[in-house]
Design a protein around this ligand. Structure first.
Ligand SMILES: [Zn+2]
Length: 198
């Protein structure tokens, strides 16, 4: 193909999830042909995010400010907390626009196989948030995988002595389903029909 710079760009894009080398080259070509309308805009957007990217110390969301836009939004219901495995799950749920509370990102799920222990996740920080008070409901929105459900049960046990309602997404979720891949309707349904744990 073309110059080293263009090859480098194609190589970087090819590492993005969902893009292979072929799609990456097509994207590069598309951008190069639209220097003013698309390439410059992309460069500016990437630079802006790169310069301001930060992890929210409250919930673990990734945003350009800390606390993140969700934690800082006074219209959000501070009494409801939705616990998710990853930032991608938070974004998927938030796109569905049905949950009006705030979130807590665990940073993964318990896994004996991969050696992920409770202390590797932000579970202690979650317990601390609940212990501070002011929260009525914790929604456990783990993926419908064995590890996701093991994680949900573990957290439910750790929270059982607090005066809160603990619910989980309804199992309209496909088994093995990852939240991020669900369409918004399915996600909304699972959230609406959430039920108490245990
Ligand atoms: Zn936050």
């Amino acid at each position: 193909m073309a110059s080293q710079e263009i090859e480098t760009l194609a190589g970087a894009l090819a590492r993005l999830p969902g893009l292979g080398p072929r799609s990456a080259r097509r994207a590069v070509l598309w951008l190069v042909k639209r220097r003013e309308s698309a390439l410059n805009q992309l460069v500016e957007a990437l630079t802006a995010v790169q310069e301001t990217l930060v992890e929210c110390e409250t919930c673990g969301n990734v945003d350009t400010r800390n606390p993140c836009a969700i934690c800082a939004d006074p219209r959000r219901d501070a009494r409801a907390l939705c616990v998710v495995e990853d930032v991608a799950d938070l974004w998927a749920l938030d796109r569905a626009k049905l949950f009006t509370g705030r979130y807590h990102v665990l940073g993964g799920r318990l896994s004996a196989l991969e050696g992920v222990r409770p202390e590797d996740l932000t579970i202690d920080r979650l317990i601390a948030r609940v212990a501070e008070g002011g929260i009525d409901e914790v929604v456990l929105a783990m993926n419908a995988t064995l590890e996701g459900q093991t994680t949900a049960h573990y957290i439910a046990e750790r929270l059982e002595n607090y005066p809160i309602r603990i619910t989980q997404l309804a199992h309209g979720l496909p088994v093995g389903g990852e939240l991020d891949y669900l369409d918004e309707g399915t996600l909304a349904q699972a959230l609406r029909a959430r039920r108490p744990v245990g």
